[in-house]
Design a binder for this molecule. Structure first.
Ligand code: SAM
Length: 308
């Protein structure tokens, strides 16, 4: 309930201050011209055009001044400047050389901004406690898994396309609950914290956005073998509306494993899952138990080890 209310009350002040919004849009237009940038959709180049929204996004990270922060996709530095004012250091990654130039000019006013020129999917990532980003939506999935798997951070404040964010936070039993939900929630607790209308950007994109907070799960539930968990999710979740027994049978048949093995799996899961549950309704704890049963079968060589 609380979550929903926060989302609905978003940004009355940003909506109110039309003059401020339009003046930053004008600034962005000028900057595009000055740095000779033609916004590219495939790079997700819609820039925040509200100072108050930038302030609110950075405030959500509750910076104390001690943090090393990573920003992915700095653009013209609207968030970067705000982070630099509030954190010990900000490392900002930007792929577009013209925007890197703009960021270098922004960084001149600070002594705590490092610019990493390159692709956030491949550059070496710095060690940070906090990640703040208005993400380029074209790499939403890949960059999310990169930071979840490769970084040890405390909190991430990330802006996504609204529909994508709904899938990240989905609960079992809903239509948004999917492979993406499970693979992300395996690593982190995720909540929606701010809705951001499309007119907060220049150029105005076709979609609204949502800011989420991600906090890595320290206590699990974790599968005994993470790779078996993800292998299993990839194997059964293409059929999210099927029941578990059916999805296992299809997956085993595809793997050329005796499809009747699904009965053995379900027997070992007694008390946890019966087999008639729709995949969309199975929660993380139950999926972890399922992955552990598969690992048992791999260990006794009833199922060929997918990891070798
Ligand atoms: N932070 C700025 C803001 O809020 O106005 C810009 C955000 S804009 C949605 C996304 C930024 O990510 C763009 O500056 C774009 O050039 C950059 N970008 C796109 N793909 C990237 C990648 N693979 N690696 C690093 N930066 C990328």
């Amino acid at each position: 309930m609380k979550k929903k209310r926060i989302i609905e009350t978003v940004h009355q002040d940003a909506r109110m201050s039309i003059t401020q919004v339009s003046s930053l849009s004008d600034d962005i237009r000028r900057l595009l011209k000055r740095y000779n940038v033609r916004p590219k959709k495939k790079r997700g180049q819609s820039f925040l055009s509200s100072h108050s929204m930038a302030k609110d996004i950075v405030d959500l990270a509750e910076l104390s001044g001690q943090e090393e922060v990573l920003e992915i996709g700095g653009g013209f530095g609207v968030l970067t400047q705000r982070i630099a004012e509030k954190a010990r250091h900000v490392h900002v990654i930007e792929i577009d050389p013209s925007l890197v130039k703009a960021l270098r000019d922004v960084a001149k006013d600070f002594n705590n901004v490092s610019i990493i020129e390159g692709d956030a999917l491949t550059v070496d990532l710095p060690r940070v406690s906090t990640i703040i980003s208005n993400l380029p939506y074209s790499i939403s999935s890949e960059i999310t898994f990169r930071i979840l798997k490769e970084m040890e951070f405390e909190v991430a404040i990330l802006m996504y396309q609204k529909e994508f964010a709904s899938r990240l936070v989905a609960n079992p039993g809903t239509s948004e609950y999917s492979r993406l939900t499970i693979n992300v929630q395996y690593y982190a607790e995720v909540e929606e914290i701010l809705g951001v209308p499309a007119d907060m950007f220049y150029p105005v994109p076709a979609v609204d956005s949502t800011v989420v907070r991600m906090v890595p799960r320290s206590k699990g539930p974790f599968a005994r073998d993470e790779s078996v968990f993800h292998w299993m999710i990839g194997g059964i979740y293409p059929y999210p509306n099927k029941n578990l027994r059916k999805a296992l049978r299809i997956w085993f048949r595809n793997l050329r494993i005796d499809k009747n093995l699904s009965d053995e799996v379900l027997k070992r899961l007694e008390g946890v899952l019966k087999g008639d549950e729709r995949l969309r309704s199975i929660n993380l704890n139950e999926l972890v138990s399922l992955a552990d049963v598969l690992l048992e079968l791999i260990e006794i060589r009833t199922i060929t080890d997918p990891r070798v």
